[in-house]
Design a protein around this ligand. Structure first.
Ligand code: ADP
Ligand code: MG
Length: 256
């Protein structure tokens, strides 16, 4: 390849935002020669590599901005440990149809049963499929909204929380909310209702939400919207965190 051609390819690739081609043009051509690729196959190879790399970059950046505390996948989830949870239900959810339907998922159960793991894994799968995602604990969510309110940016902050296709709100019920905080949560739920998916995890059953949110009427209004289109998964098995230490916990009996 002449110096001139190589410079022209580099310039054109740069202007088109193709990042892989400039440094790999020679490798790609060598590969095409070795595999005796036709012209169309060569074009397919060049564009395919570029798309693949761009996709990987998008996924990595989206994960960085997603607020996810760590990366978990559905493949890492051990269903045998949680026999009360039907694997088929999770596999159905893994098709991600709930996102297009703008319906919600509620994962309920005591600590350590894998609620956050499943919420993260579904969010990661959604991100991989090209959906925008955001993860927050309810506590952080409320804190952010309160700061925004105090600085006159409440609507802006609320709008930011309406943008992602999938919003995970983790740990509803660990901390009680003040009335004003519960009201902010209600505003979020009612604005996202039928517009975007939420995945909620909670260690409290729905009939305890009134106490958590400090107001039965508000809790009913929140649950009314949240549960209208919602897959509820109650996981009531043992804690995975304590799987090797159950004998140390008073009253626990793994053999029953
Ligand atoms: P929860 O949110 O219900 O309190 P987590 O999802 O945080 O529980 O799970 C606690 C830890 O145990 C995490 O590291 C998670 O990856 C792991 N874990 C929980 N359940 C399972 C499971 N069935 N298979 C594999 N890992 C699990
Ligand atoms: Mg959790």
């Amino acid at each position: 390849m002449s110096e001139l051609t190589s410079t022209r390819i580099r310039d054109a690739a740069e202007r088109l935002g193709l990042t892989h081609l400039p440094d790999h043009a020679s490798d790609l051509v060598a590969r095409a020669e070795a595999e005796q690729l036709g012209y169309f196959d060569f074009l397919d190879l060049v564009l395919g590599e570029e798309v693949e790399l761009r996709e990987q970059r998008r996924f990595r950046n989206a994960l960085k901005l997603s607020g996810l505390p760590h990366h978990k996948t559905l493949a890492e989830f051990d269903y045998a440990f949680q026999p009360g949870l039907e694997p088929r239900k999770i596999k159905d959810l893994a098709t991600l149809e709930f996102i297009d339907a703008r319906s919600n998922i509620a994962l309920l159960g005591p600590p350590g049963v894998g609620k956050t793991h499943l919420a993260i894994a579904l969010a990661v799968a959604a991100c991989q499929a090209g959906h925008s995602i955001y993860f927050t604990s309810l506590d952080d969510l409320v804190r952010k909204l309160k700061i925004a309110e105090a600085t006159g940016r409440f609507n802006k902050q609320l709008n930011a929380l309406l943008r992602p296709s999938v919003l995970v709100v983790d740990e509803v019920g660990y901390l009680r909310l003040e009335r004003e905080e519960a009201n902010m949560f209600f505003q979020l739920i009612s604005r996202r209702y039928e517009r975007g998916t939420m995945i909620i995890t909670s260690n409290k059953s729905f009939n305890e939400w009134g106490a958590v949110l400090g107001d039965d009427i508000l809790a009913t209004a929140i649950l009314d919207r949240l549960l209208h289109h919602c897959e509820v998964l109650a996981i009531n098995g043992p804690s995975y965190r304590l799987r090797n230490r159950m004998n140390l916990i008073p009253g626990s009996d793994m053999t029953s």
